[in-house]
Design a protein around this ligand. Sequence first.
Ligand code: FES
Length: 126
Amino acid sequence: MLDTLLKDYSTVPLESVTVWFKAAEISKFPKNGGACVKYKEKQIAVFNFSRQHKWYACQNLSPEKKEMVLSRGMIGDDKGIPKIACPLHKKTFSLETGENLNGELDPIAIYPVKIEDNFVYIGFSE
Ligand code: FES
């Protein structure tokens, strides 16, 4: 099951989006924090970087211990790169490329986000 889940997560570049999934109203996402949404079998962490007026989405699965925890991590900035720190062991990942910024872990999958009429949409490729 976990293997299937892992294979399911892969970064979706904006130009590859074929489906915009209507996740929830903006107000459902904490300011400068994250929340988890489910799209089919995928858990997606969505971050409302309100101090920068930006939104990001990535897999909720931390690649280290395979736990669904990234939405509960702390967001921040690493030399201008928006990042998420896993709440378990503080490994950090770029929210732009998915790269592990403080280690050798596999990158996480990143998904495009758009805001329309007060709703948050996440882009997938199918
Ligand atoms: S489980 Fe996420 S950094 Fe260890």
